[in-house]
Design a protein around this ligand. Structure first.
Ligand SMILES: NC(=O)C1=CN([C@@H]2O[C@H](COP(=O)(O)OP(=O)(O)OC[C@H]3O[C@@H](n4cnc5c(N)ncnc54)[C@H](OP(=O)(O)O)[C@@H]3O)[C@@H](O)[C@H]2O)C=CC1
Ligand SMILES: O=C(O)C1=N[C@H](C(=O)O)C[C@H](O)C1
Length: 274
């Protein structure tokens, strides 16, 4: 098929699945992209050869094989599949040629979810008692969710100078699975799509940062943003947050404004942990 100049040829893996169908539709609707291959569980890996970009929504246990094949064949990858823990990401880095190849891993394409995780990382230094409760549809096969793992890792990184959170009796199974020391509790319920609460226990207060995805349409804007970034991505990068400007909008009253990255509340001056 004739391609226009600058057209990115896309293969979608998991094309018969819920997210793969959504991604395929977006690719077909977006100028500058062309869907050239659709892979399912019975496809051969080399069906993606000839594509410039693999968009990958399969299963956590299948994803590394597909991603590594793409990387080895000079195909950039946009990964949406869950299961890409920091250990898995690190093991991929040495395989990717930073000069020519790239893998962009996005644990959650919902803008609201990405903002909720970023706010959680912001709050992380102010509380020593932090737990995550995530709920997903009953058909989800993996737990904890990729989003919860990513959120815990961001919180852990934000607290790198403070150390682990207080997680008493964490050896008991009902206390959840710890990631970066943070207990994650996973619910798999009919009627739910995807939901996450990050709870911060403080002195006489509890802060809850809550996000709920009600329908897959929540992922569309993020997929569009990530597709544009993935066509030129280099090395291995994780998260949609890096593609969004999440700095607070400048405040008009110069007396209360702070530079991006500066302390933003009076609480910072009195907090004991940071
Ligand atoms: N990043 C994000 O924002 C989101 C990520 N996800 C994640 O995306 C992943 C897919 O979710 P979802 O679309 O709901 O899942 P589905 O079960 O709907 O689809 C799974 C897809 O994987 C394919 N597949 C299964 N085994 C293989 C294999 N061995 N080789 C190639 N393809 C295979 C299936 O093909 P076949 O039909 O032939 O069996 C199917 O197309 C999950 O990890 C989920 O957690 C989900 C929602 C949002
Ligand atoms: O399986 C899902 O549905 C989802 N999976 C991703 C995850 O594991 O976090 C993203 C979103 O939560 C929906």
């Amino acid at each position: 098929m004739q391609q226009g100049p600058g057209t990115t040829r896309v293969a979608v893996a998991g094309a018969t699945g819920r997210m793969g169908r959504l991604a395929s539709r977006i690719v077909e609707e977006t100028d500058g992209f062309e869907l050239v291959a659709s892979l399912g569980s019975s496809s051969e890996l080399d069906e993606m050869v000839g594509a410039d970009l693999l968009v990958e929504f399969t299963l956590p246990q299948v994803s590394p094989r597909l991603v590594e094949f793409a990387v080895d064949h000079g195909i950039r990858v946009l990964v949406g599949t869950s299961g890409w823990s920091s250990e898995r990401v690190e093991s991929l880095r040495s395989r990717v040629d930073k000069a020519s190849g790239g893998v962009l891993i996005v644990p959650n394409f919902s803008i609201g979810s990405v903002i909720a995780s970023s706010i959680s990382a912001m709050a992380a230094r102010y509380f020593d008692s932090i737990e995550i409760v995530e709920a997903h549809h009953a058909g989800k096969i993996d737990s904890p969710s990729g989003t919860a793992v990513r959120t815990a890792e961001l919180i852990g990184a934000a607290r790198s100078e403070l150390g682990p959170v207080a997680a008493p009796h964490a050896d008991q199974r009902a206390r959840g699975q710890q990631v970066a020391s943070i207990p994650i509790h996973s619910l798999r319920l009919q009627g739910v799509h995807a939901k996450q609460d990050v709870l911060f226990g403080g002195t006489g207060e509890v802060l809850t940062i809550s996000h709920e995805t009600l329908a897959p349409t929540a992922y569309e804007a993020g997929i569009r943003i990530a597709l544009q970034a993935a066509r030129t991505t280099r090395g291995v990068s994780v998260g949609l947050d890096r593609l969004l400007d999440l700095r607070p909008a400048p405040v008009k009253d110069a007396g209360t404004s702070r530079p991006p990255g500066g302390e933003t509340s009076g609480q910072a001056a009195t907090a004991t942990t940071p």
